[in-house]
Ligand binder design. Structure first.
Ligand SMILES: NC(=O)c1ccc[n+]([C@@H]2O[C@H](COP(=O)([O-])OP(=O)(O)OC[C@H]3O[C@@H](n4cnc5c(N)ncnc54)[C@H](OP(=O)(O)O)[C@@H]3O)[C@@H](O)[C@H]2O)c1
Length: 377
């Protein structure tokens, strides 16, 4: 039987971006539910329900899925679980944008009014619910005018099919355009940005997160362990064989662009791992707990989306709450994992070190931890 979870170690609740809704600061990601792009070790319905139930025991109330996870299987598994639950206790996030049936339907993709309105109805059916709490555009769509997408999402809020609007995988300039267009048209706001973010993937700090900070969007980091790299199961110079990351290493041609290809782990990534391992040892914590804790202490982050294959992994990751990294440890991790600053960032930052003025709203600083001190929050 699993150990009893003490009140102190349960997950705290935080506001989701600038909305009035509260979510647990760790979200349960569900890309591991059902078959997904042939990955091994995916959870079947029974295993997935056990994982959700244990997550709820930890105090979790926030589940993230997408129409394309297992081409609907992940949503169906969650829907079967939701049928047995008080719906009002949970915050359900899903997404649309990816191609769902392109062989038979050329319009089953993108962020057009046509595809979004069809997608939400199918997601609601699979999820066995009347409304989705957070509806996210999974990726940008170059084929649809942003006004068409934003007005459709606003209509869904007005129709009661979704409560809040979120985005995922967006560049800085486009995020700014989307937020400003929403304001210009007087539409319901975008409240969150789901983006890949971890100790070995900090690129979004340079642009998208500056927009989030300035506009009050909560960041929901995905792949916080870089698909399993930030666990210690991958050793310097050795091709991984274990778990999902081992599968990715064996299936590089099948893996998507943004998948955590093991070859992309350079010396710097292993240096990050070394520092995380030393800090973990000092606190008697695991490397995943340190990696997730580092994200939880970033002020732009609302809730970290974890992905697990087993109950033991879930318990481990939920243990990222209930303790803290010191300021010095945060700095050590920031320093070893800092992304290289190409032009114009190097010039912008070096010319503004003595020009930090929180009231001016220009947040060009090197990292979100510096951002926190620059803003005095
Ligand atoms: N918006 C997007 O485009 C996007 C993209 C990807 C994911 N997501 C969301 O983000 C969620 C999390 O992403 P992710 O699954 O890639 O997260 P991740 O935390 O980077 O990787 C999860 C994998 O790491 C391993 N793992 C997790 N915890 C562990 C632990 N404590 N000890 C050892 N190994 C551990 C497991 O794989 P093995 O046991 O097989 O090694 C697990 O499947 C997804 O479920 C999804 O909801 C969103």
């Amino acid at each position: 039987m699993a150990a009893k979870i003490s009140k102190e170690s349960k997950t705290p609740y935080v506001f989701l971006g600038r909305s009035g809704v509260k979510v647990s600061n760790i979200t349960l990601g569900t890309v591991t539910f059902g078959e997904h792009q042939g990955r091994p070790g995916q959870s079947d319905e029974d295993a997935a329900h056990q994982i959700i139930n244990r997550y709820v025991e930890w105090g979790g109330n926030f589940l993230d899925t997408a129409d394309m996870y297992g081409l609907g299987n992940s949503e169906t598994i969650i829907g079967k679980w939701l049928e047995t639950q008080p719906r009002d206790k949970y915050i359900i996030a899903t997404k649309c944008r990816c191609g769902m049936d392109l062989e038979n339907n050329v319009n089953s993709v993108g962020l057009s009014r046509r595809h979004i309105t069809e997608s939400i109805d199918k997601s609601l059916q699979r999820l066995h619910t009347d409304f989705v709490d957070l509806y996210q555009a999974h990726h940008v769509d170059d084929g649809t005018p942003v006004e068409e997408t934003l007005r459709t999402l606003d209509d869904l809020v007005r129709a009661g099919k979704i409560r809040y609007i979120g985005l995922s995988n967006v560049t800085g300039w486009r995020l700014s355009l989307l937020v400003e267009t929403t304001k210009h048209l007087g539409l319901n706001p975008i409240i969150s940005l789901q983006q890949q973010y971890s100790l070995v993937s900090r690129e979004s700090e340079l642009e998208p997160f500056q927009v989030c900070k300035a506009q009050g969007l909560g960041v929901l980091p995905w792949s916080p362990l870089k698909g399993g790299f930030l666990t210690g199961k991958v050793k310097r110079g050795l091709k991984p064989t274990e778990g999902r990351i081992g599968w990715v290493a064996d299936n590089e041609t099948k893996a998507k662009e943004n998948a955590p290809l093991w070859k992309s782990f350079d010396d710097k990534s292993f240096d990050v791992l070394d520092v995380a391992e030393a800090i973990a040892k000092n606190h008697s914590k695991s490397v995943p707990q340190v990696a997730i804790r580092w994200l939880l202490q970033k002020d732009v982050v609302s809730s970290v989306i974890i992905g697990v294959r087993t109950l033991a992994q879930l318990d481990d990751n939920m243990g990222a709450n209930g303790w803290s990294l010191t300021q010095q440890e945060m700095q050590q991790l920031d320093d070893v994992s800092a992304p290289p600053l190409a032009y114009p960032y190097n010039m912008v930052f070096s010319n503004n070190t003595d020009r930090v003025n929180p009231a001016a709203n220009n947040f060009y600083v090197k990292s979100t931890s510096n951002l926190k001190s620059a803003l005095n929050v």
